[in-house]
Design a protein around this ligand. Structure first.
Ligand code: 13P
Length: 264
């Protein structure tokens, strides 16, 4: 696990117009150093992906979309397909709780989007996680199970090795309830996600798949989440819009890797 890259993803959500996004990238570029073992991914709005793809220093950043539609083309007014963004992005966030909660995305829609991403050579960052109510009812494992099994059901185990899974409990996201999630509880959820992948696709796939934590991560607590067993990185919302906090989160990842013994 140790020699793997740490992934730090900034989800800018529906914030920043083109010039604001460009300015933030400029400021982040000044503050973030290139580091082979930390992969920094920016997920700006769809509108700014193209100009940012020309602006970013590709040694420092990769781009992600926040969503796309599962059909490649057709009469789907207002939508943009994975095939249209494939030249611009490495990743696409899929099944974010905002999509599930505000736009009613079903388990099956998320599954079709994951499949469309893979078909177009884009790595899905599949978001899963329970609501506060589901958590209080003790349904966390069931929700993780259902979201995972449906979302991945059209992929081969080889495809799944390249998928990134982001565990984002909805109650911990700053724009919902924003409760601070205890790192130990998150470690249990991450372990359960890997256990589910192992049950479905075998031991090797469960080791290879990358699992992130997301939910109110900031520069103070990022390290505690990054240090969790089985955690390959963080998906950051609000703090990724801040040009002091986001570089500090990336720094926490560098420091953690530097402190780790090389072969443990
Ligand atoms: P916050 O970090 O603002 O809680 O957002 C998390 C998130 O939704 C990232 O996708």
């Amino acid at each position: 696990m140790t020699n793997r890259k740490i992934l730090v993803v900034g989800n800018w959500k529906m914030n920043l117009d083109t010039s604001q996004a460009s300015l933030l990238v400029h400021r982040l570029e000044e503050r973030i150093k290139t580091h082979r073992s930390v992969e920094v991914v920016l997920a700006p709005s769809l509108l700014t992906l193209q100009p940012l793809s020309l602006q970013i220093d590709r040694r420092k950043f990769r781009l992600s979309a926040q969503d796309a539609y599962f059909k490649d083309e057709g009469p789907y007014t207002g939508e943009v397909s994975f095939s249209m963004i494939r030249e611009l992005v490495h990743y696409c966030i899929i099944g974010h709780s905002a999509r599930r909660v505000y736009f009613g995305e079903s388990l099956e829609t998320v599954r079709d989007k994951v499949q469309a991403a893979v078909r177009n050579g884009i790595t899905p960052i599949l978001c899963i996680g329970e609501t506060k109510e589901e958590r209080n009812l003790g349904e966390t494992k069931q929700v993780i199970h259902d979201q995972l099994t449906t979302a991945l059901s059209n992929l081969t185990s080889e495809d799944i090795q390249n998928v990134v899974i982001a565990y984002e409990p909805i109650w911990a996201i700053s724009t919902f309830d924003g409760e601070v999630a205890k790192p130990d509880d998150m470690a249990k959820a991450i372990k359960y996600i890997r256990f589910q992948i192992k049950e479905l696709y075998g031991e090797q796939t469960s080791k290879d798949v990358r699992v992130l934590y997301g939910g109110s991560v900031d520069d103070h607590d990022a390290r505690a989440y990054l240090a969790l067993e089985g955690c390959d990185g963080v998906l950051v919302g609000a703090a990724s819009l801040n040009y002091h906090q986001f570089p500090a989160i990336v720094d926490s990842a560098y420091q953690l890797l530097n402190e780790r013994p090389k072969n443990d």
